[in-house]
Design a protein around this ligand. Structure first.
Ligand code: ZN
Length: 397
C-alpha cells in the first residue's frame, strides 16, 4: 500500500484541517439530502445535481469558496461511491462524519510533477491551497492518479497514493486455494494454514487496560484526560497499521503462490444484518454472531479480498458461501451438527475430522474448481470477479 506519513508544518496542518472541514461539511450535506429521501418520492439528487448545488453554495458562501473545489467535489464523489457500495450490499449506509474522527479528503488528477523526492528519506506532495507538504519517503513510489490525505485518531497525518499494484504473477501450475474467513484466526487456507492478523502484544493489551482505567478516573476536560486519550488512540492506530500490513503481505503471498484464489462471497453488511438471524439458522447465536462480525471487521476481510483482486486480476473467484461450513469435504454430507464448535468439524456421516474453517476453505476451493458442493436446492457458484482492477473503485487509506 502506498501510504506515507505526512509531516505538515503547523501552518500547513491548519490548512489541511480546513480541507477536512470542507470535505466533512459537503459530505454531511449529502447525507442529509439523502436522509430526507423516501420511497415513492422523486429520487434524491445524483452526483451531477449535487455538483451543481455545490457551485451555487460556493457562490453564496465565502468560507466554502475559499476552499478547494477538488476537495469538495471529491467528498461528493466519495459519498456517491459509498451509496453505491451500500446499494451493492457490501457496506453500511454512509453516515454523518464527526469532527476529529477519520478525517480526510481526496485529491484527483494528480500530475507526476506534483510529487517529488527531496532527499533519500523525504518526499513532497503538492496539495491545492496548501503547497508542498513533506512526507517520509518510506517505500518506493509509483506514479499515482489520486491521493487521499487523512488524519488518524492519534493525530497523525498520512497520504495514501492510489496506485493499482502491479499484478503479481501466479505460479502457472493451476494451483488453487480456498480462503475462509475466521474469527479466532483471520483466514484459513485450504492448505491447512491458519493466518492471523498480529494482535496487540500482551504488554500492549495490559497497557491499554491500564490506560482505559485511568481514563475512566480522569476528570472531564482535564489535561491528563487528553493525554490518556491520545495514548489510547496511538495504541489503536498501531493495531490498524498491523492489520493493513497483514492484508498487503497476505494478498501478495496468495497471488504469488496460487493461480486461482477463492473467497466466499460474503458481503460484510449482510453478515452484520444477519446477526439478528440467518438464512441457515434464524435468530440463533445472536451474541456469538455479534462477536463474529467484530472479528470479520477487525480482520480486514473485505480489504483482503479487494487487494488480492488487484494483485491477481482475473484469478480471484467469489463463491456463494451457503453450506460451505456445514458440508463435509470428503463425503459431501451436509449437516449443521457436523460443525461441533468454532474450531472443530467432525462429519456425522463419515467421521472426517478437520479444522472447521479449513474444511470450509477446501469446500470453497473445490466449488471453484467445478466440483460443486452438493448444496440443497443446487446453488449456482458465483462467477469470476475482478477481471480487471477497477480504478474508480479503488479506495485507499
Ligand atoms: Zn463426511
Amino acid at each position: 500500500m502506498s501510504r506515507y506519513r505526512l509531516q505538515p508544518s503547523p501552518a500547513q496542518e491548519a490548512a489541511l484541517l480546513e480541507h477536512c472541514g470542507h470535505a466533512r461539511y459537503v459530505w454531511n450535506l449529502a447525507v442529509e439530502q439523502h436522509a430526507h429521501w423516501q420511497r415513492g418520492r422523486a429520487s434524491a439528487p445524483g452526483f451531477a445535481e449535487q455538483c451543481r448545488q455545490l457551485t451555487e453554495a460556493r457562490a453564496a458562501c465565502a468560507w466554502l469558496a475559499a476552499g478547494s473545489v477538488i476537495v469538495q467535489q471529491q467528498a461528493l464523489k466519495d459519498f456517491h461511491q459509498a451509496m453505491a457500495n451500500f446499494f451493492g450490499q457490501t457496506h453500511q449506509r454512509p453516515t454523518w462524519r464527526r469532527r476529529g474522527r477519520r478525517e480526510g479528503f481526496r485529491i484527483v488528477a494528480v500530475k507526476a510533477s506534483e510529487v517529488r523526492r527531496v532527499s533519500r528519506k523525504v518526499g513532497e506532495v503538492r496539495i491545492p491551497k496548501v503547497g508542498w507538504v513533506r512526507f517520509r519517503w518510506s517505500r518506493p513510489m509509483q506514479q499515482a492518479k489520486s491521493f487521499r490525505v487523512s488524519r488518524d485518531a492519534a493525530g497523525r497525518w498520512h497520504v495514501a497514493f492510489a496506485v493499482i499494484p502491479q499484478p503479481v504473477p501466479g505460479p502457472g501450475t493451476g494451483a488453487a486455494v480456498g480462503v475462509d474467513r475466521g474469527v479466532t484466526v483471520s483466514a484459513a487456507l485450504s492448505t491447512g494454514e491458519l493466518l492471523s492478523v498480529p494482535p496487540l502484544s500482551e504488554a500492549e493489551k495490559k497497557r491499554l487496560v491500564r490506560l482505559q482505567r485511568t481514563l475512566a478516573r480522569a476528570q472531564r476536560g482535564s489535561k491528563r484526560r487528553g493525554k490518556v486519550k491520545a495514548a489510547i488512540a496511538r495504541l489503536k492506530a498501531r493495531e490498524g497499521d498491523r492489520r493493513r500490513d497483514w492484508v498487503e503481505k497476505t494478498s501478495t503471498d496468495l497471488a504469488r503462490r496460487f493461480d486461482v484464489i477463492t473467497f466466499e462471497d460474503l458481503k460484510i453488511s449482510n453478515m452484520t444484518r444477519s446477526a439478528k438471524g440467518t438464512l441457515e439458522a434464524p435468530g440463533t447465536n445472536v451474541r456469538q454472531k455479534a462477536g463474529l462480525n467484530q472479528g470479520i471487521l477487525a480482520g480486514g476481510w473485505g480489504r483482503l479480498v479487494t487487494r488480492t483482486g488487484h494483485k491477481a486480476p482475473g484469478r480471484v473467484q467469489l463463491i456463494d458461501p451457503r453450506y460451505t461450513s456445514q458440508t463435509c469435504n470428503v463425503c459431501k454430507h451436509i449437516a449443521r451438527e457436523s460443525r461441533k464448535s468454532q474450531a472443530l468439524f467432525l462429519c456425522v456421516a463419515c467421521g472426517h475430522r478437520d479444522h472447521a474453517d479449513v474444511n470450509a476453505a477446501k469446500n470453497l476451493r473445490d466449488t471453484a474448481a467445478g466440483h460443486a458442493v452438493a448444496a440443497r436446492g443446487g446453488l449456482p457458484p458465483g462467477g469470476p470477479v475482478n477481471r480487471e482492477p477497477q480504478r474508480d473503485l479503488l479506495l485507499v487509506g
